[in-house]
Ligand binder design. Structure first.
Ligand SMILES: [Zn+2]
Length: 561
């Protein structure tokens, strides 16, 4: 019967909603005549619920969904005070969730966004940023990508000199390891054509002249230590969180994860929340070797502590190199580099120790493990600690879990572990994948394999290295096609509905909040997205361009196009 999709008063109470609460004035009316605060009708509603995958209308009271069904079924819930949104022609999904990101955003508000597709546009952005930067201070551009420019060449110092002639200026690559500096900036850093490369670093040169390109220690130890940089104050951090939260809400995201949480970022999330600027919910993963984690343990705090807005997730460790920067630890070498198997940051005993410590202190754990060698080591630790385990499975996490094989997949399934592979990388970072070769790419970001094994693979951007936009993620997982049209590991392509489920249901599972979010179900949080088109009816290569009409978090509109 359709009535089962409605929440009875008894189950409202069970979901923690007191009908007599002054927070729900309409609900306190006589005769139990509950009226919704908000209703979306005439839409295509993907509930992500097995019992009723498609519906037409959703009703919201306070911060919760109270009913899902047809227009007719929900009609009695519309009262004089109900805001009714006509969703005709639109698609409603649960709010999108990101299970691995770095959304603190301090750098976003101290520099221009130069994630742009032409040098001309980057110059304009840097010109505008210079006008907003105190004289003498570095003019910063962030999220630069040298491989996607219309001009077909990277930015050099002469481009930056034209845009910013009289202040030091820098555009920093989104990967975090390289940058381009203007002439003034090279001068401030004391770099001249005769300067030798620093150990572990590199200055770009052409015909004996500096190009402005700086890499690794030339950036971190020479440029970043010279001149006057904007100060990252508590207020700046709060602005950063507010900025990112707004950007994520605009993209249809309602929950994200800080996968390397610090005291400063924890403060910033709370400051932004207190100021009403936190629009998206957050799972907070403290970094294992940090003082913060030690202090949290000492205070008796454990995973799950917090509320629907900011909650402690798993403790985070970091066991090997990177996928996009081509340093992860593998059992076979990189293409064209027969001696290079990547790097490990932890050995087996360190991993074992971290896992024991986490579980003894009632923390879930998430270990960064990209390569197959590292994933094997982490699974060794998980299998050992789960032997004779009683109680619910702790859903130990494998951060990234980029390169798998059938043996690893079976062990991930058997241990109930949650992998968080990059969900926009196949599309966005295609130019990096030749170094892995075709064969490995069939087993990388293996969303299809995870689903085939019944593994609840989580949605994960790893922003800023990867774009966070959920619609781009869906396109990437469905097409595996990069910007130039090349397809990476076509065997790992999944359907639109599978990708949407990963970005919603599986996201909630990864933070152990499946009773609260991930589907449009009465009793769950009213975190919803209205899209102007159904991704399933859209040409796959265009999914990322579908406009997000409205994002609703806890019943409140946080973005409206
Ligand atoms: Zn990360």
């Amino acid at each position: 019967m359709k009535r089962r999709n409605f929440l009875s008063n008894a189950s409202l109470a069970g979901a923690g909603i007191a009908l007599s609460s002054p927070a729900f004035p309409q609900a306190a009316g006589k005769g139990g005549a509950v009226k919704a605060d908000l209703m979306i009708k005439s839409a295509r509603v993907y509930t992500m619920e097995g019992a009723r995958p498609l519906a037409e209308a959703v009703a919201v009271l306070g911060d919760r969904i109270i009913a899902v069904g047809s227009n007719d079924e929900l009609k009695p819930l519309a009262g004089a005070g109900t805001q009714v949104i006509d969703g005709a022609g639109m698609t409603v999904t649960p709010g999108f969730i990101d299970a691995h990101s770095h959304p603190d955003g301090a750098s976003e508000v101290t520099g221009a966004d130069v994630n742009l597709r032409s040098i001309a546009a980057i110059k304009d952005a840097m010109r505008a940023q210079a006008a907003a930067t105190p004289p003498g201070q570095w003019v910063i551009g962030n999220k630069y990508d040298d491989t996607k420019l219309k001009e077909g060449r990277p930015v050099n110092r002469y481009d930056l000199d034209e845009a910013v002639p009289s202040q030091p200026a820098i555009v920093q690559h989104r990967g975090g390891h390289t940058a381009v500096v203007n002439s003034k900036g090279l001068g401030v850093a004391g770099i001249n054509p005769g300067s030798p490369d620093p150990e572990g670093g590199h200055f770009g040169r052409e015909n004996g002249e500096l190009t402005g390109f700086v890499a690794e220690t030339a950036l971190s130890e020479v440029v970043h230590t010279a001149g006057e940089w904007p100060e990252i104050t508590r207020a700046v951090r709060q602005q950063g969180v507010a900025y990112m939260s707004r950007a994520m809400a605009q993209a249809g995201m309602t929950s994200t994860t800080d996968s390397w949480g610090t005291v400063e970022s924890l403060t910033a999330y709370q400051d932004a929340r207190a100021a009403g600027e936190l629009l998206t919910r957050l799972s907070f993963m403290p970094y294992g070797p940090s003082d913060l984690y030690a202090q949290l343990k000492a205070a008796g705090i454990r995973s799950g502590f917090g509320d629907e807005w900011i909650r402690f997730g798993a403790v985070k460790y970091w066991a090997d190199g990177s996928a996009s920067e081509r340093t992860m630890r593998m059992s076979t070498p990189f293409e064209g580099r027969p001696d290079d198997y990547g790097i490990l940051n932890m050995d087996q005993s360190q991993i074992d120790e971290a896992v024991d410590d986490a579980l003894q202190n009632d923390w879930r754990i998430g270990i960064h493990a990209n390569g197959d060698v590292t994933i094997d080591m982490v699974l060794n630790a998980y299998e050992r600690v789960l032997e004779g385990w009683s109680g619910p499975n702790p859903r130990l996490r494998l951060e990234h879990c980029s390169l798998v094989n059938p043996d690893l997949l079976q062990r991930i399934k058997d241990t109930g572990s949650v992998p968080t592979p990059f969900y926009t990388y196949a599309h966005y970072h295609g130019n990096k994948w030749p170094e892995y070769g075709e064969e490995k790419m069939q087993w990388m970001f293996a969303h299809k394999s995870f689903l085939d094994y019944g593994i609840p693979v989580a949605p994960a951007s790893d922003y800023t290295p990867g774009p966070f936009e959920p619609l781009m993620a869906i396109q990437s997982m469905v097409t595996r096609k990069d910007f130039s049209g090349r397809v990476w590991g076509p065997n790992q392509r999944i359907s639109v509905s599978q990708a949407m489920k990963i970005c919603t249901v599986n996201g909630a599972w990864a933070s152990m909040e499946e009773d609260l979010k991930g589907s449009i179900t009465p009793g769950k949080l009213a975190d919803l997205v209205i899209l102007s088109a159904d991704p399933d009816d859209t040409v796959a290569d265009e999914i990322k361009n579908i406009p997000v009409v409205r994002t609703i978090v806890g019943g409140k509109t946080v973005h409206e196009a």
